[in-house]
Ligand binder design. Sequence first.
Ligand code: WTA
Length: 635
Amino acid sequence: MAEELQIEHTSEFYKPSQSVIEQANVKEYDEQYKRSIEDPQAYWAEQAEELEWYKKWDKVLDDSNPPFYKWFTGGKINIIHNAIDRHLTTERKNKLAIIWEGEPGDVRTFTYHALNREVSEMANILKAMGVKKGDIVTIYMPQIPELLFSMLACAKIGAAHSVVYGGFSVEALHDRIDDARSRVLLTADGGYRRGKATRLKEIANGAMKRSPTIEVCITVKRTGGDVKMVEGRDFWYHDLKEMPFAKGKCETEVMDAEDMLFILYTSGTTGKPKGVVHTHGGYAVYTATTLKSVFDLKDTDRWWCAADPGWITGHSYIVYSPFINGATVMLYEGAPAHPFPDRWWGMIEKYGVTVLYTSPTAIRGLMRFGSDWPGRHDLSSLRLLGSVGEPINPEAWRWYYEVIGNKNCPIMDTWWQTETGGFMITPLPITPLKPGSATKPFFGIDTAVVDEVGEQVKPGEEGYLVVKAPWPGMLRTIHGDPDRYKEQYWSAYPDKMWYHVGDAARIDKDGYSWIIGRVDDVLKVSGYRLGTAEVESALVSHPDVAESAVVGLPHELKGNAIHAYAILRAGLQGSDALAKELRTHVRKEMGPIAMPESITFVEELPKTRSGKIMRRVLRAKALGQDVGDVSTLET
Ligand code: WTA
């Protein structure tokens, strides 16, 4: 089982203050949780009533063909109607929807009225380019407002989006375009990161060379500078915006609740990334409910989820649910410590941010610069904090709580996954906290920690985390591969239709959940999710490498860091220069987040008799630990 980050047990509770409890949207947990588990459909129907439907559902849950569950069947909805359209006839129309700050310091703001205009123009352009309901549009952009407009525009006209994180590179983008068979790609010339312009269009051009499906590529101008445009395929967004077809109202498409909203590629145990499918209805209900309950969102809030919109955290909690809840969303383009380590703290003060939601890696990264940097700013606008992506170590938790939150802001440590759509195990503002624990399951979420055969383990014992019943925000399938969906998530325990999470966890005597880490070959590096298989395949795409294996080893800032082992082709010798070249090669193919920390040249790799690489053995050796049971090792 994973030995990643060990979080100490603690009996210490941090209790919320009276003022936090008084203003909480949800005032009671135990009773409501009990009711939500006894009758989840009643709970979810009640939540769905908060949204506007073109037509109400006939059935809350259709479980006639598990694990292919359907939610709110017969219902007609569009998430955009709820995120934008319905606000336009209320006071929210002139409220700020987005405050965006670019890394160089430029600022753009959009009211809901303006957001609707921008999204409608983008939607009109997509339609003019032949995009239809059901198509999958690939989006590859920096953190600029147009990234949000693109996603929302696709949803508005009933097309699905597939956002590829702007930090990925040629091969990763090409793989995802191919799997989605996208005809249209939306990108930008670049974005700013640590004072430099990234070269997204250049990478997009490289990917398009390998991906023949793309017929149209629309590029937003952000950084300026030379980019190669191909006649007939490439268009500048600002040119298209001037065309008559871009102007005017764009009707929001009426969708079935179960129609696809987006696919988002995420790393799995083996092979290529899989396209996780989410839908208009259930996802809207789930993300809106969880955000409102967990982060206690109010109309007066300025909400900052400092993730990249290109990952699930951004999809759910920057792009969709905050707008459904009518919040003001803060968005920042660049690096947290640029040009100085108080960039974030300065923006919290400047814009009066009330809730900050980020990752343990970001917190550890900023903590490293010391408390003087946040100390220069008035952070008293903050009332809640949040964490996601990996277990948060108690030291980082305390710094976040004491220095950033001034001991007034409870930390919502939210455990969830790309596949779950939204928060699954999480505190509410009223929950007494233990640093490092994601505390208890959200309403309607039935979790357990079990052993190999599905028996519940004793309190405090480590086991596999499972979810015993479906929920509206769950993935519906893997794009184009329903068998893999069934096999990967629902087949771990014969006779039991349980969702297999892939994480190890324990539940303590107080019923608090402690997530330990992945039990499969998925790595969490700086909170980013990567598959060992993807990095290995990038390595063997180098002509000198015959075979490779990749493991994650603990790292103070990143949580885990990638260490690679490579067998070279016959007759070749390993050297520092070659190691450097291989690291750069992975960076070029996959992106900076996948670049291995170290490369070790080896003659052979430990394998099982059936030929599977035993990464566990490599990891144990690297950590100087006992390699354990190697009886299945090839000899
Ligand atoms: C890990 C991110 C501990 C976990 C939303 C999960 C966490 C994987 C937490 C999903 C947390 C996420 N505490 N571990 N609060 N949140 N994880 O798909 O291993 O990028 O399975 O979704 O991140 O990563 P993903």
